[in-house]
Design a protein around this ligand. Structure first.
Ligand SMILES: Nc1nc2c(ncn2[C@@H]2O[C@H](COP(=O)(O)OP(=O)(O)OP(=O)(O)O)[C@@H](O)[C@H]2O)c(=O)[nH]1
Ligand SMILES: [Mg+2]
Length: 296
């Protein structure tokens, strides 16, 4: 019989939580970008092997909420850490450990489930700089174990996964053996498009972009997908469009390539842009984009 359980993955924005979950389940289930607040809701990454099933809960990075979407993101972190077998607090080792990380550890240790600290991005950390940072964790109450990994380079990941097995408390399978996420293809497609917007835009604009899938149909051996990028200010529209439409064209090309890999079929992708003033504070827009109840 397999040991099974849920493991929450929390930490500051940009620490590499989604990269870690993808690396743990050996599939891209959660989008990644250098911009903070890439993940907007909890996303499950499922790993099943001969003796275990681990359900990792990727979460949005801890943030100071400035709008209703931010409130929703914070709530999804709280929901994610309820009833789990273990909590992984991910820290960017390259950035170092300061009071914010220590406050996070303090916050989660009160939940009385095993808490592991995962120091990530060791591929870009100089050992001489990392050692004094790790020393800051000595004597911090409530830490069961500390692991140093590079999620991006898959270093230390198998060792971490092996170590996590001892914390699993369940014996029932929560998902089928072949499942890697709880999300639908439609959700994954909208996230891929949002990832390409995050990667293409330099400034704050992508944080105010939502993606609505208007149509997703499989016809004549190809997917026909029609999506709208929702922007929160009229002035953002020309920026996303780019000169002679160059920006949106590039977003579309990159998104289509990734979606074709996901769906393993040819994809025709049409992107539109629509302005919805301050949509991140608009309950009906949040609902439409799936940010008010669980979106699958
Ligand atoms: N060098 C290096 N970069 C990493 C590593 N893990 C993640 N990154 C980079 O760090 C950035 C943030 O990664 P994400 O996985 O999106 O971080 P996150 O914690 O999920 O961020 P939010 O969802 O915004 O909270 C991306 O540019 C990643 O490529 C790592 O092990 N090494
Ligand atoms: Mg993330």
């Amino acid at each position: 019989m397999r040991k099974t359980g849920f493991i929450a993955v929390v930490g500051m924005a940009n620490a590499g939580k989604s990269t870690l979950v993808n690396s743990l389940v050996k599939q891209k289930v959660s989008i990644v970008s250098p911009k903070p607040q890439t993940t907007r809701e909890s996303i499950l990454g499922i790993w099943t092997d001969d003796d275990s099933q681990m359900v990792f809960v990727d979460t949005p990075g801890f943030l100071h909420s400035r709008n209703a979407l931010g409130d929703y993101m914070l709530k999804s972190i709280d929901n994610a850490v309820a009833d789990v077998d273990c909590i992984l607090v991910v820290i960017d080792g390259h950035d170092g450990i300061d009071d914010r990380e220590l406050a996070q550890i303090e916050r989660y240790r009160k939940r009385n489930v095993p808490l592991l600290v995962v120091v990530n991005k060791t591929d870009i950390c100089q050992p001489a700089k990392l050692m004094p940072e790790l020393a800051k964790l000595n004597g911090v109450e409530g830490i069961a174990e500390v692991y140093c990994v590079s999620a991006k380079r898959n270093k230390g990941i198998d060792e971490l996964k092996q170590a996590l097995k001892k914390y699993l408390t369940g014996s029932e399978m929560y998902f089928d053996e072949d499942d890697v996420t709880d999300k639908s293809q439609r959700f994954e497609v909208s996230e891929i498009i949002r990832e390409k917007v995050l990667l293409a835009c330099e400034n704050e604009i992508p944080h105010g972009v939502g993606v609505a899938i208007n149509k997703m149909q499989f016809e004549q051996n190809a997917w026909d997908i029609d999506a709208t990028l929702i922007v929160e200010k009229a002035s953002h529209k020309p920026i996303i469009l780019g000169k002679h439409g160059a920006m949106i064209k590039s977003i579309g090309i990159h998104a289509r390539e990734s979606i074709e890999r996901l769906l393993e079929a040819k994809v025709f992708l049409t992107l539109w842009i629509k302005v919805k003033e301050d949509w991140r504070n608009n309950p009906s827009m949040l609902n439409e984009l799936g940010y008010s109840s669980r979106k699958k």
